[in-house]
Design a protein around this ligand. Structure first.
Ligand code: 3PG
Length: 401
């Protein structure tokens, strides 16, 4: 039986220490957070606990450090932003479960919040060895002491069988946070048999190989699958077109041929693309038909005719899921495709879900109104794996506990 944060609040948390797993894996430029969406999404759960008098110990990861402390992956920027949003100071412990963490936790008063340093600074967090992860999870549980509880609210990591996501939920009374619950509720609508149709999915991002499983899972369910981003060039190559210097996964061409044959008219590829003579914001650019990409030039965005065609499908859809940018939106000359698709989804009456760190970041960085989408997921891999129908260890463990 899945217990929730609300159940925990009813039990009473005043004076108790609560360990919260959040996903604070935000994009950084140096030590500046370029998209704080995940920090904002973590705030309501933490705030509820602090307001109810809990001593809140947050654990999270940033990036993929090599299992040892590395200042480039410190959670310091996230601690600062969390403090601003919570309007109270958030102490960042000097380490994960050692002396720094112990003294930080010991110094907490009721209603205060501390953040442990990047949990992936300890190699046991991501270990494949159950014993090692279990031992680390017991250290995390011991850190928060007897009587403590665990709230799992890092939706973006629930697909990871890692100590602070999975094993610790077996060491402490475990509860699902509001973010995890709301994400699951939304994504369930996208996998329901009675999904509102037409159902359109837009996929972008760089690699077909990353999206293969979700394409295979979604193809039988959707009415249209619109493909843009770097991954579209492997599909264009599978159609027999030359893609110049564009991103190409040679070893996926045959797979893409198979998918095109299976999908028929469901799968829609770009008709035109924006090409550049080099991968740079000040490159020379042209818009060309998808079957006329000049040698040496690289496709870095979908073209305006494609945006129009995609927008027409999206305008008629009743359910939309979008994952992955349509081009290199971080560079202004290649942002129009992502912007156009995002605006078309925003305008449509459809139940619309934006999934994936990059597409969510694109919505915010391009200054688009977040409330024009029904839901912006904090999960990248997690939302894709959910749609693929995979068991998510971080949720499974809560359901079993
Ligand atoms: C994400 O960015 O999708 C999550 O924070 C998980 O990060 P990971 O892919 O490094 O496990």
């Amino acid at each position: 039986m899945l217990k929730t944060l609300d159940d925990l609040l009813k039990e009473g948390v005043s004076g108790r220490t609560v360990l919260v797993r959040a996903d604070l894996n935000v994009p950084l430029d140096g030590d500046r957070i370029t998209d704080d969406g995940r920090v904002r999404a973590a705030v309501p759960g933490i705030a509820k606990l602090a307001e109810a008098g809990a001593r809140v110990v947050v654990t999270a990861h940033l990036g993929r450090p090599k299992g040892k402390p590395d200042p480039a992956f410190s959670l310091a920027p996230a601690a600062e932003r969390l403090g601003e949003l919570l309007e109270q100071s958030v102490v960042l412990a000097a380490d994960v479960v050692s002396e720094g963490a112990k003294s930080t936790v010991a110094g907490l008063s009721d209603g205060q919040v501390a953040l442990l340093e990047n949990v992936r600074f300890d190699p046991r967090e991501t270990s494949k060895d159950d014993q090692e992860r279990g031992e680390f999870a017991r250290e995390l549980a011991a850190l928060v002491g007897p009587g403590a509880a665990f709230v799992s609210d890092g939706f973006g990591v629930v697909h990871r069988k890692q100590a602070s996501v999975y094993d610790v939920a077996r060491e402490l009374p475990a509860y699902a946070g509001g973010l995890v619950l709301s994400e699951v509720e939304v994504l369930r609508k996208l996998t329901a048999d009675d999904v509102d149709r037409p159902y359109a999915v837009v996929l972008g991002g760089s690699k077909v190989s990353d999206k293969l499983a979700v394409i295979e899972a979604l193809l039988p369910k959707v009415d249209k699958l619109l493909v843009g981003g770097g991954m579209c060039f492997t599909f264009l190559a599978a159609q027999g077109y030359s893609v110049g210097g564009s991103l190409l996964e040679e070893d996926m061409v045959d797979t893409c041929k198979g998918l095109l044959a299976e999908a028929g008219e469901k799968l829609v590829l770009p008709q035109d693309v924006v090409v550049a003579d080099t991968f740079a914001a000040d490159a020379q650019t042209r818009t060309v038909a998808a079957d006329a990409i000049p040698d040496e030039w690289l496709g870095l965005d979908i073209g305006p005719r494609t945006v129009e065609a995609f927008a027409e499908v999206l305008g008629e859809a009743r359910t939309v899921f979008w994952n992955g940018p349509m081009g290199v939106f971080e560079m202004a000359p290649f942002a129009a495709g992502t912007r156009g698709v995002a605006e078309a989804i925003g305008k449509s009456e459809a139940f619309s879900v934006v999934g994936g760190g990059d597409s969510a970041a694109a919505v915010r960085q391009l200054g688009l109104a977040e409330d024009s989408f029904s839901h912006i997921s904090t999960g990248g891999g997690a939302s894709l794996e959910f749609l693929e129908g995979k068991t998510l260890p971080g949720i499974d463990v809560l359901e079993r506990s």
